[in-house]
Ligand binder design. Sequence first.
Ligand code: ZN
Length: 89
Amino acid sequence: MPRNPKIRRTGATTAAERVAAAYRCSHCHSTTGGTWRDRHGIQHLAVAHDDGCPVLTGALPDAPDALRAAVTAGCSAILVAWPPKGGAA
Ligand SMILES: [Zn+2]
């Protein structure tokens, strides 16, 4: 567990949970949802952006905010995916 003071004290133990605690969208008041690990062992994090957020519409990438959260969380690797243009299905 990293000892970064920017991470909220939430009891997060997995990398995805630490990233969730550190994540802030630069364009809206997003909230982070659940985290899960898939059958390949890859951890996932759901982020809910406000309606009209340029990240949600696909106009801007989520990569800068996700990378910032990963660095704050002390993660060494992260994969970023965002909804296709026009928003999530
Ligand atoms: Zn957003």
